[in-house]
Write a new protein. Structure first.
Length: 342
């Protein structure tokens, strides 16, 4: 692993017609590091990945990928990158071994038998080598796709939502393999919607509708977000949740608890709810709190705010009246706070 940058781009921009889908993105990633690429669907993550690996030409910006210019040397970048797309892209009617042999020929590898066998053994696929790819479960298809990406020994691995629809054990196994590869010097940029996966990355970058909003270490970006979060427990939480949302808080139910999050102002001293039996405890804000907050604050390509089922809505008169009998969100030094985790 070296301190050199595998990705170093500034102002990266891509337009399709009159719409700017990637808008002046700056991204730096050191070799041997894993970067989680986050953001809502349709935000330009895949387009950015395709520009980095040379499949799309940027309309603006400059920079390098693996030391090569992303605009002028795309043809030299492609052979040094492994790209795993969102959808399984190999042949269902070929066996695992036949698929890998085909990919090895496409890359022009010299000792195809040895390279394919090595890939089969590294990813635990050897015992299944004669199985048709179309009969594999999601987790095994994922392993096959990763094996195909790694056949030519790339320096940079670009993974586009690689674990969507895969069971938790398969996701865990996949990430163990990714960290092993990173320890050996491979650089990884991975888009994901799973917060537990993002927290496994050395750094994250959050993009919303073409614009990069935050980037850095997970603990750093959460700390710098200015969010405060409380856990609320007790009876009759539904009207309380409606009132808090109407007051601009982000409220997420967790079973018999509510997580209440808002951006802290200079005079914000806490959250007070006076309903009988209600307990309020401040906890550490997490990456999921930040992710949802950024989604709610973002505007789409047409300048509109996306709507969410849990987004703040004006409370009905009945709900507001019920909530006001025992709930109020106010700044107060008397709020009891204890630091904890989600």
């Amino acid at each position: 692993m070296t301190g050199a940058l595998a990705i170093d781009v500034r102002g990266l921009t891509k337009r399709f017609g009159s719409r700017t889908v990637v808008d002046h993105i700056d991204l730096q990633l050191a070799r041997g590091r894993i970067c989680g690429f986050l953001g809502p669907n349709g935000s330009g993550k895949t387009t950015t990945i395709r520009m980095l690996c040379g499949l799309l030409t940027p309309d603006g910006g400059e920079g390098t990928c693996l030391g090569l210019d992303v605009r002028r040397e795309a043809h030299r970048i492609k052979p040094r990158v492994g790209y795993m797309t969102q959808r399984f892209g190999l042949y269902d009617d070929l066996t695992i071994e036949e698929n890998l042999s085909f990919v090895a020929r496409v890359y022009g590898l010299s000792d195809i038998g040895r390279e394919v066998r090595g890939a089969l053994e590294r990813l635990g696929l050897y015992s299944r080598r004669a199985q048709l790819a179309g009969t594999l479960s999601g987790g095994w298809k994922q392993r096959l796709a990763l094996a195909a990406c790694m056949l030519h020994q790339p320096e940079l691995l670009l993974l586009d939502e690689p674990t969507a629809g895969v069971d938790p054990q398969a996701r865990r196994d996949f990430w163990s393999e990714i960290h092993t590869l990173a320890e050996a010097g491979l650089t990884v940029l991975v888009s994901t919607h799973y917060m537990d996966e993002a927290e496994r990355c050395h750094q994250i970058a959050y993009i919303a509708y073409g614009k990069l909003l935050v980037s850095g270490r997970v603990d750093q970006v959460v700390h710098d977000s200015g969010l405060r979060t409380w856990e609320v427990t007790g009876p009759g939480l539904q009207p309380i949740a409606a009132q808090l949302e109407a007051d601009g808080c982000m409220v997420v139910p967790f079973g018999t608890r509510l997580h209440v999050t808002r951006r802290a102002g200079a005079s914000d001293r806490g959250l007070v709810l006076t309903a009988p039996g209600i307990t309020v405890r401040e906890i550490d804000s997490g990456l999921e709190d930040l992710f949802i907050s950024l989604m709610r604050e973002s505007t789409d390509y047409d300048g509109a705010r996306p709507s969410f089922a849990s987004a703040a809505k004006p409370a009905s008169a009945a709900a507001r009246a019920a909530a006001n009998t025992g709930a109020s969100a106010a700044a107060s030094e008397s709020s009891t706070r204890t630091r904890g985790g989600h």
